[in-house]
Each structure stands twice: as C-alpha cells, then as structure tokens.
Design a protein around this ligand. Structure first.
Ligand SMILES: [Zn+2]
Length: 282
C-alpha cells in the first residue's frame, strides 16, 4: 500500500478529520510565500512591512513604498484561483468527511473552492476591523481588493507634512485627509483596518481552532513548515490525543507525522479525494 492509499484508509475510518494549511497551498495557486527565497520579504523587509508600527511609519514617511507593497500583495491575491488541492478539500467537506479547515492563509481560496467551515487564524482579506471598538465587518473579496488598490493609489498623493510637523493626528484629520479611501465603522465611526494578523499581533480564533483540534482524530497538514506559532501547535494537539497526522509537503517532513506524502498539495489531495469518492460510491 502506498502513502496515498494509507492516507485514504485512515481518512475514511476517522470520525473527525480536520485540515491545517499554510502558505505552501497558496503558493501552488500563484501566491508566492513571503518568507522563502524570492518571496515578498526580500523586497519588503518583514521588520518594517510585517509590523503595524512599521506600516504606519511608511504611510507618513515613505507612502510610495507602502503603496508598492500593498499593490504587490493585492495583485497576486487578485490573480490567484483555488487549485486542485483546495477543490479536493471542499469535496471532502461536502461528503461530510472533512469537518473544517484551519488555515494560516488570508487569501480566501479555501472558501472560493467551496469550503464552508474555515478558521482563519491569521485573519482574512475579506474582513475589516474597527481600530476603536474592534467590530468586524465582512466584505466581498473583490470589494476588498478594490479598496486596497484605491488606498494604495490615494496615499501616493496625500500631503501629510503638516501632520508630521505637528506630531499627532486626530480621527477627524485622518478622515479629512484620506476621504472615502478609508472605510469607517458603522457603530462608532472609527477607522476600519484590514482584519489581518501582522507580526507582533495575536492570532485569531485560536480557541475555536484548538477546540476542533481536540475533537480531531486525523489532521491533514499541507503547505506549512510549522515554524509559525502558536498556529503550528494545532497538529501537535491532534497528535497528543492519539490522532493521526497526514502531512503533505513537496520539500521536507516538518511534523511528527504518521504518513508523510512528498508531493504537491494539488496532486496529493486530488488523488486522495478521488480514491475516497470511489470508496464512498462503491
Ligand atoms: Zn467601531
């Protein structure tokens, strides 16, 4: 029996299968990973572009660099489509086999493939969050992309010199300067920011993810090298509860997995889903 067949056997007899995905699955859809060679952090250093204070500094002192960064991120997300692996996970959810996807990705590709139960521990491009009252708002991906590109264009031409001189800015001044390019909270009138987790910020919905992991007896891990904590702790919880870890990674094994499949996410998941569907039909 090969690794794919062993994975199919285990998934088929498990009660509560979950998937844990990272940047590698989006990379197969054309979104380059930030941290790998040739990734975005090479052109836009993470110390500045990955932290809220760095981004705010750029807005005031190097708006054209911030504009380039936003465009670089948004344009790849705009072009990306779910791959065969995303679609396979959605099929497993439809069959009632996969209970949820816990993802470190913000690109909404799992939902576009058809998954309904998606826990986005690093936030989502489809959500905004009020910086004052923390109210969240869901928006369409297309709208989010439009807003981000509009903002990236707008900041290139805003004159913030008077504010830099003064050393402080009020909410009213922000609204006056940025006009309609900044969304405003329906509840308190505060500024809405992308509901995406930057470095130094806490992950989201971790309690829900941990609860799912505790119930799980089988976790499919794909596209993640397990270096980003605390999210990478999810498979460890499944393992501690005597669950089975199935790891798909074309480069190397990174988890104490029971089955390691050295192939792309798209190839491996498509093969697994096809064999499971055959079993279900027969
Ligand atoms: Zn608010």
């Amino acid at each position: 029996m090969d690794d794919i067949e062993r994975a199919v056997e285990i998934i088929s007899r498990s009660e509560y299968v979950i998937a844990f995905t990272g940047a590698g699955v989006s990379a197969e859809s054309g979104i380059p990973t930030f941290r790998d060679k040739g990734g975005l952090w090479e052109r836009f250093p993470a110390e500045t572009f990955g932290v809220p204070s760095g981004l705010l500094g750029l807005l005031f002192y190097q708006p054209s660099r911030l504009s380039e960064f936003i465009k670089a991120v948004v344009e790849v997300i705009e072009r990306a489509k779910p791959n065969k692996g995303h679609i396979a996970l959605a099929e497993l959810e439809k069959l009632g086999i996969l209970k949820c996807v816990i993802t470190q990705n913000i690109d909404y590709l799992h939902q576009e493939a058809g998954n309904k139960e998606v826990i986005e521990v690093h936030g989502s491009i489809t959500r905004l969050r009020c910086i004052i009252c923390r109210e969240r708002k869901t928006i369409e991906k297309k709208k989010a992309i439009e807003m981000a590109l509009e903002f990236a264009e707008k900041i290139k031409s805003i004159d913030l010199s008077s504010i830099i001189e003064k050393g402080e800015i009020t909410l009213e001044e922000i609204k006056e300067k940025f006009g309609g390019s900044l969304p405003v909270c329906d509840y308190c009138g505060g500024i809405m920011r992308p509901d995406i987790v930057f470095f130094t910020e806490p992950v989201q919905d971790l309690d829900i993810a941990i609860e799912k992991a505790r119930r799980s007896d089988c976790c499919i891990i794909a596209g993640t090298s397990g270096v980003v904590y605390p999210a990478a702790y999810i498979p460890q919880i499944v393992k501690m509860n005597k669950g089975t870890l199935i790891e798909i990674n074309p480069n190397s094994q990174c988890f104490p997995s029971d089955i390691y499949i050295s192939d792309s996410f798209a190839n491996a998941m498509e093969a697994i889903a096809r064999k499971i569907k055959e079993k279900v039909i027969n």
